[in-house]
Design a protein around this ligand. Structure first.
Ligand code: XBP
Ligand code: MG
Length: 255
């Protein structure tokens, strides 16, 4: 039972996007003269709430403000988030956020072996479109057989819904696919959907509980940017995660 699809999370996994999201949120707050500034340590905590709108609503709930003011601010969440998305998607469209090491290589290796690609992300389709076009060019969107994202599901990560939607789009059972994630919420979502998961943490998620990961690596690596201590530490054949090694390793586990 080989691997028939790789399902990628976007933010933090395909690309290290959260600093751009954080800057975009702060520009939207300025635009609405809210006087809020999310600095990195606070944003790292806020990232435990997935979904930009849900994160904003959570933040407003924690504000030391009278309930009528909190209610007024809550009605502004969709507009603030739309403004933030305009800032973020323009940064990304301008090429501000590259793919993480090894991502483009692994995508191409998988496609060359007839393996399908999919996305399961909490962010919006607008943001995903901008990232795939700016990093992979016009072919970017066409590389993915299924893109499950944002508000297509009510329950966001760590709920499994978005991964189940991606699997339905692929027409596959979870045992025929591998998920790629960067965060504990994402790992929980993929695991709950029955998927084995490769986790590549980043600054915003390092130190999280990744005990359920099938494979935990600092990144995917590349011949030009090999992973320190590999092969030998966690990988057998090279200092980067190749589709061949992933395929061998994961098919063995299922068999
Ligand atoms: C990470 C998220 C998103 C982003 C912000 O998504 O939780 O909310 O932080 O994007 P992923 P939005 O599942 O790709 O890791 O403001 O568009 O939600
Ligand atoms: Mg993520």
């Amino acid at each position: 039972m080989g691997i028939e699809a790789l399902i990628f999370d976007v933010d933090g996994t395909l690309a290290d996007t959260e600093e751009a999201h954080r800057v975009a949120f702060n520009l939207a707050f300025e635009r609405y003269r809210l006087g809020w500034v999310w600095k990195a340590p606070e944003y790292r905590e806020l990232l435990k709430v997935t979904g930009g709108k849900e994160r904003l609503a959570h933040y407003i709930d924690t504000l030391d403000a009278p309930p009528p003011e909190r209610r007024r601010l809550s009605t502004m969440v969709p507009d603030i988030h739309a403004e933030k998305t305009r800032f973020y998607s323009s940064f990304v469209a301008d090429g501000a956020v590259p793919l993480r090491d090894g991502v483009a290589r692994l995508l191409d290796e998988a496609l060359a072996e007839g393996c399908k690609l999919a996305i399961a992300s909490t962010t919006t389709a607008v943001n995903i479109d901008a990232l795939l076009r700016s990093t992979l060019g016009a072919r970017g969107l066409d590389m993915f057989s299924s893109i499950a994202c944002g508000d297509q599901v009510r329950a966001k990560k760590p709920a499994p819904d978005i991964y189940r939607l991606a699997l339905r789009g692929l027409g596959l059972l979870p045992e025929h696919a591998i998920a790629f994630e960067d965060s504990p919420n994402g790992l929980r979502a993929a695991t709950a959907a029955g998927l084995r998961t490769v986790v590549t943490p980043n600054f915003w998620t390092e130190g999280g509980d990744f005990s359920a990961a099938s494979l935990l690596l600092p990144g995917l690596g590349d011949p030009a940017r090999p992973l320190r201590g590999e092969p030998g530490d966690r990988l057998e054949s090279a200092a980067w995660l190749s589709f061949d090694e992933l395929s061998r390793r994961m098919s063995a586990v299922v068999a």
